[in-house]
Write a protein that binds this ligand. Structure first.
Ligand code: GRF
Length: 194
């Protein structure tokens, strides 16, 4: 794709991966623009980060549910992303399971960053799972999102050694350095196939 890629970002946390994407755009490494940022938490730093950068940032109304992503909310998000003419939806620390109609409306166009070398350690706090398991290495994966939990086709992965002194937190910090490297690179890679 030679024209500028339009990205939508969904996140629930600090948005450091979105920052890495913004930095790659700023440096000219990635020919893209972030046209819409959405979060299920009104206080998530990803929204503040987006607004500070002058990006459009909106809260997703999940009807009071703490973890569920209700059908109506998914439909509203799909509509917002569609109206913003988003080409690729990037999940960046988004904590709810994406399903229909979002998956149908953006087939093979929703991607996620996960903090393990999938298929190892899917699900929550994958860095802690790796430390608790005594793994000698872990890492991160960018993958397409399907209806499963961290099961979609893999786009790019990076490995990170688990050190004997590692806690879950220190491992996560080092994994995040690799996340910030491979997420923009994976977007660039899939953009060539659109
Ligand atoms: C990352 O570790 C990502 O792999 C996981 O959630 C975390 C989000 O971090 N899915 P951030 O909000 O991008 O800083």
């Amino acid at each position: 794709m030679e024209t500028k890629l339009k990205l939508g970002v969904l996140g629930s946390g600090s948005g450091s991966n979105m920052q890495a994407i913004m930095d790659a755009i700023e440096s000219g490494e990635l020919n893209a623009e972030i046209v819409l940022v959405m979060s299920d938490f009104p206080d998530a730093y990803i929204l503040e980060r987006a607004r500070k950068a002058g990006l459009r940032a909106e809260v997703i109304d999940c009807a009071g549910y703490k973890t569920k992503f209700p059908d109506e909310s998914q439909a509203a998000v799909a509509q917002a992303l569609k109206s913003a003419e988003v080409d690729i939806v990037c999940l960046a620390g988004f904590m709810r399971l994406v399903k229909q109609p979002l998956l149908d409306i953006f087939p093979n166009r929703i991607i996620n960053i996960h903090p393990s070398v999938l298929p190892a350690y899917p699900g929550l706090m994958a860095w802690k799972q790796a430390v608790d398991d005594g793994a000698s290495e872990s890492g991160c994966t960018v993958h397409y999102v399907d209806a499963g939990m961290d099961t979609g086709p893999i786009i790019m992965q990076a490995k990170v050694p688990v050190l004997s002194a590692d806690t879950a937190e220190t491992l996560h910090q080092r994994i995040q350095l690799e996340e910030h490297r491979i997420y923009p690179a994976a977007i660039k890679q899939i953009a060539t196939k659109l």
